[in-house]
Design a protein around this ligand. Structure first.
Ligand SMILES: [Zn+2]
Length: 275
């Protein structure tokens, strides 16, 4: 399937492909990227696998080096989260550089990372779940979070904003946010127990939970996270939402559901540029 999007650019550098949001690319003080499965010379079982959990450690490390070189990051500056579908957010600095990549994970259960230190590269992983990018246009602080359905209904978006407010004085009205790419409403079917958690959020759920005739539900996690961001004070015009479904674009992106779990993992990266 040819890649089509009104919000992303598909970049290819040195044989490594990655997505960037046009809306975030114009912000001069940050750099961001979302990896794909395309990378020439990758030695992992699943091409461009960015998860140390599923593949050979040395080969995944090489993928990170390849990706960083292509997308313009310093490999030594990476700080990864220990994602397990909770909603804990960690404030990181250069003291944490390498954690989860070339240093051991020192704490478990962190799905969101925030920083205000230039040069520190936040890194989170995906294979259908929703990445959330946060950029404070006033303080220049940033945040990056992994929102699966549990993180979404756990309002991790709000937890990240709370952490940025507490640590950096962020006003949500100054935030520029991007949501996705993820498995979108076209492909994300859930059972009633899961749908009920989305209904329980107390938002305009008729815009993101859609009952089907067979008793299942289609859920739009992009719209749900967008509404949570707005409920926190983020301006609607400052939120960009993905138009690329991971499952529909499984020739380019890893999708847990498209592969029945036999897959690699993608990463999102976000950093404040050093002057
Ligand atoms: Zn789809």
């Amino acid at each position: 399937m040819d890649f089509q999007s009104n919000v992303f650019t598909l970049n290819t550098v040195d044989g490594v492909s990655f997505l960037t949001y046009d809306r975030l690319s114009v912000i001069p003080f940050i750099r961001h990227a979302f990896s794909t499965k395309r990378g020439e010379g990758t030695r992992t079982v699943h091409p461009m696998d960015m998860s140390f959990d599923h593949d050979d450690r040395e080969a995944v490390t090489e993928n990170y080096r390849m990706f960083c070189k292509a997308a313009g990051y310093d490999y030594r500056s990476l700080v990864a989260s220990s994602q397990d579908h909770h909603t804990f957010v960690r404030v990181v600095t250069s003291a944490e550089n390498g954690i989860g990549i070339y240093r051991e994970k020192d704490i478990m259960s962190v799905d969101g990372l925030v920083t205000i230190e230039p040069g520190v590269t936040l890194c989170t992983y995906y294979a259908d779940c929703t990445p959330l990018f946060f950029v404070d246009s006033r303080t220049h602080a940033i945040g990056l979070a992994h929102a699966g359905w549990r993180g979404t209904v756990g309002r991790i978006a709000e937890k990240v904003i709370d952490a940025m407010r507490d640590s950096f004085g962020t006003d949500p009205a100054d935030l520029i946010c991007a949501v996705g790419p993820n498995i979108s409403v076209c492909c994300y079917e859930v059972d009633k127990a899961c749908a009920d958690e989305f209904y329980a959020l107390g938002l305009n759920s008729d815009q993101f939970v859609f009952p089907k005739d067979d008793g299942k539900f289609m859920v739009d996690m992009l719209e749900c996270n967008r509404q949570i961001l707005i409920s926190c004070g983020v301006k609607p015009e400052n939120i960009t939402v993905s138009d690329v479904c991971t499952k529909h674009n499984s020739d380019l992106l890893w999708s847990h559901r498209a592969t029945a779990g036999d897959r690699g993992t993608m990463c999102a990266m976000l950093r404040i540029n050093a002057e």
